[in-house]
Write a protein that binds this ligand. Sequence first.
Ligand code: GLA
Length: 372
Amino acid sequence: MGDETVIIRSVLAMNEDTPAAGITRMPFGALPDGRDVDLYLLTNDNGMRASITGYGGIVTSLTAADRRGESADVVLGFDDLGAYLEGHPYFGAIIGRYGNRIANGTFELGRTTFTLAQNNNNNHLHGGAIGFDKALWSAQPQSVPEGPQLRLTHVSADGKEGYPGRLDLTVDYTLTHDNELRVDYRATTDDPTHVNLTNHSYFNLAGPGGGDILSHEVLINADHFTPVDEGLIPTGEIRSVEGTPMDFREPATIGARIDTDDEQLRFGSGYDHNFVLNRVDRELSLAARVIEPTTGRVMEVLTSEPGVQFYTANFLDGRLTGKGGTAYGRRCALCLETQHFPDSPNKPEFPTTVLRPGEVYESTTVYRFSAI
Ligand code: GLA
């Protein structure tokens, strides 16, 4: 099916109660340099919707049905592009080249020392000053048997934010008819570099104005985590979760232990830690399951990555006002950022994040929604 057909078919569906599946494009504004930005609305066969913009590859909204079939938007974000441009903590965005921190913004590769932006105290965070979350990706709406798909492509120039090598990227967002948002990342380089891509969506399964996420129940499929120092850089230790507030092998509410007097929770002001996933299948294994008890909404996160950063929005403080005028307060959302471990470029004992010419970086994460 041609792209035009996909768009025309679904344009009709936008304001209907039972929309037809497909993908439609609408204007979302312009960047300060005049480039136009579009927003794409993906609808699957069940009426589930995702809206995604080429700016930062940001998922601006994502609906999920509760146990009574009521749909609500389960991600944080803004109503207009202007608010995204004013600055925000990575709401819904594609993160890269390197998700999470690189100590002191530096690493050695080959015989060269590379210096990156130090945009988080003296460390490098989420790709630097102008990471992939602020790039205008080229967008191509398409249809695959699984559901509507938005293909985003971007070229990160050699030397951008201090990283070596030109990086050619493709990110496919597919809203499947099985109520999943599937993200397939692919990258190639012309010089050895480090790559660690993720999506930084903030979820609140209770929907807009759902308050804090402390009563969300979380399972994380991890026997170990990577403890951090005060600057949230991993110490290098792979520590058992046994007997710690990091043990989510059985479902627990986020609030149950988040304020425990625990050094790791103090350093993170709550949960902001990388979990070492128990992987059965290197292609796609369960990383986490989240249940919101009042609505019955369930989100499962499956990934090909070895780790997941569990972050409970400890740094939100009510000063940002999001969609529909909602003030985003402390811990009003949770992030499950699938990834390789933070600071891997300086931790040879961690799974490598080096990508070399001729190799293909491939990574898949699925956010699957249901209700109980
Ligand atoms: C990640 C980091 C956090 C924070 C958020 C965004 O989760 O680990 O420390 O930077 O992103 O604010």
